[in-house]
Ligand binder design. Sequence first.
Ligand SMILES: NC(=O)c1ccc[n+]([C@@H]2O[C@H](COP(=O)([O-])OP(=O)(O)OC[C@H]3O[C@@H](n4cnc5c(N)ncnc54)[C@H](O)[C@@H]3O)[C@@H](O)[C@H]2O)c1
Length: 282
Amino acid sequence: MPHVSGVVNRGRGMGVVEHGRLAGKAAVVTGAASGIGRAIAKRFAKEGAAVTVADQDTGGGEETAAQIRAAGGQARFAACDVADAASVAKMIDGAAAAYGRLNVLVSNAGIGTRGRAEEVSIEDWNRVIAVNLSGVFYGAKYAIPYLRRQGGGAIVNVSSAYGIVAAPETAAYCASKGGVIMLTRQLAVDYSAEGIRVNALCPGFVDTDMGGRRAALPSPQREIAQANREANAALQPIGRQAHPDEIAAAALYLASDEASFVVGATLSVDGGETIGHPYRLT
Ligand SMILES: NC(=O)c1ccc[n+]([C@@H]2O[C@H](COP(=O)([O-])OP(=O)(O)OC[C@H]3O[C@@H](n4cnc5c(N)ncnc54)[C@H](O)[C@@H]3O)[C@@H](O)[C@H]2O)c1
């Protein structure tokens, strides 16, 4: 992956990055115990950010923070359920207190559920909306006062290609991710004049195991699910899944000052998934 490397100050012993595209910034990344969130947290730290790794998965979150520190970056883990407003408020307060400021929030935590409307349970619907949409709202609600104190900041909300185009049997997920795009625009309308930029990032097929769903399947269903995913990704113009680092690079851009005039945007990082029909004409 292309990488604008930071300058490592070895003289300070711990190799803390003092220059980089996020040098001097403090960032929160939710859902950073695995997958895309972990890649974002690691990339942000490489670029000089002091990172709060927020997740409900303590083992994975501690591991992300440990990996960042082992590489010479600054990171701490904070347990958080993004679907719980009080938990998010506490996590954001803790992040700002730990590093004395908050400049960037990436609301990335997300879950999926399968089913057409008549098949999705009310519990699953409510949970997906609570995590994927309300979680993004809570993050913004509690981070904005801290961003304002720094004279501005950046919020990156991770939506999905499925927030733009509908997929079969994903009623709750598509609705939640579409909501993230509109919430992003609305927040951008209200807060851009204060220097708080809010943008949405829409990944396509990324090579993660969202929620560990495939890993939990017995064989051979696991292998079939993996093959189906790769076959679907092969239909996209780019013909493959993304590496999480490719999504992290886009999150870095939106979080950095290089995106200073990018406001309320929906940035597709999807290998062309949403630009046209995937079928082949014969
Ligand atoms: N993988 C893809 O193909 C893909 C495509 C488009 C969008 N996305 C989105 O990217 C984001 C990251 O997905 P991923 O693929 O890395 O999946 P993942 O399952 O590897 O990571 C999601 C993380 O969110 C955490 N999380 C879930 N619920 C939470 C909660 N209530 N509170 C706090 N943390 C919680 C999980 O513990 C996990 O660490 C999600 O929002 C997902 O919808 C993923």
